[in-house]
Design a protein around this ligand. Structure first.
Ligand SMILES: Nc1ncnc2c1ncn2[C@@H]1O[C@H](COP(=O)(O)OP(=O)(O)O)[C@@H](O)[C@H]1O
Ligand SMILES: [Mg+2]
Length: 265
């Protein structure tokens, strides 16, 4: 990959951040306010408030079934929030259909890494790039191959034949191909070996440090997520019960007892 490629992206990111800074006076990049969402008559989200500021990594932790994925999906409009407001980059997206939200500068790597298993790595990345019209494809492809050398080795391999870790890298790379302003990751560590989790999280940290990429990450793996994040939220049965810096939450006795017992992997 060319160093020039990185510089171009960094410059563009700076521009975006400058725009964001002026928009910053208006509020956070992503703002979730009093959001409730339902599956039929079951209230899966109960008035959730979460902010993600430009340049931050924010983690949402919580047990299985707490509503973390539901929040991710609600931000993408499916299910739609029945109460409350979701704002992205100053725009109210609460009632936008999913396909219109997907065209905004936010990209998602969903739980269970739903890559296209019959398509090759390259074709999966093409799908990611198509969201913003497929511009800069060659340059961004090279960039993903540098970020994730495993993907370069397997560029013509079908997604479904790769290991869990490689598929997760592909899901993240596919999301990054649209050059998002906000990257949303749902359980990127799920089912992966600790070493692979470390690799993936350190790549996310580097993207944040070098390019100012804003990241919202949902994880059951509280230890790694809070280590990575600037700030975090704890969700219990559809409601946010705690928030603070990643370190403050890691040090909190309640968080320790509920989410960090039994090891740091
Ligand atoms: N499609 C669905 N239909 C009905 N209930 C659902 C659906 N998806 C999730 N739920 C329920 O909503 C709650 C939150 O689930 P989820 O958001 O997947 O939690 P988490 O991602 O934190 O594990 C759970 O009780 C789950 O059973
Ligand atoms: Mg989930």
């Amino acid at each position: 990959m060319s160093v020039a490629g990185i510089n171009v992206l960094v410059d563009e990111t700076r521009e975006r951040m400058a725009q964001g800074a002026s928009a910053g006076a208006k509020g956070p990049l992503l703002s979730v306010r009093g959001v409730s969402a339902y599956y039929g008559s079951i209230r899966a989200l109960k008035g959730v408030d979460i902010d993600v500021n430009e340049g931050e990594i924010v983690a949402l932790i919580g047990a299985n079934g707490a509503g973390k994925s539901t929040l991710m999906m609600t931000i993408f409009g499916q299910p739609q929030a029945r109460e409350g407001t979701i704002t992205f980059a100053g725009q109210d997206i609460t009632k936008l259909p999913t396909h219109e939200i997907a065209r905004l500068n936010l990209a998602q790597s969903p739980e269970g890494r739903r890559i296209f298993s019959r398509m090759t790595v390259r074709e999966n990345l093409q799908m990611g790039a198509a969201v913003n019209g497929g511009k800069h494809f060659a340059e961004d492809l090279e960039r993903m191959c540098t970020l994730f050398p495993r993907l370069k080795e397997r560029i013509d391999q079908r997604g479904g034949t790769m290991s869990g870790g490689e598929q997760q890298m592909l899901a993240i790379a596919r999301a990054l191909m649209s050059r998002p302003r906000l990257l949303m990751l749902d359980e990127p560590s799920l089912g992966l070996a600790p070493l692979v989790v470390k690799q993936i999280f350190s790549t996310v940290r580097e993207l944040n440090r070098t390019e100012g990429l804003t990241v919202f990450i949902v994880e059951q793996n509280a230890y790694h997520a809070l280590k990575l994040a600037h700030r975090g939220y704890v969700m219990v049965t559809g409601a946010v019960t705690m928030s603070g810096t990643g370190q403050a939450l890691l040090d909190d006795p309640q968080v320790k007892a509920a989410y960090l017992e039994g090891g740091q992997h």
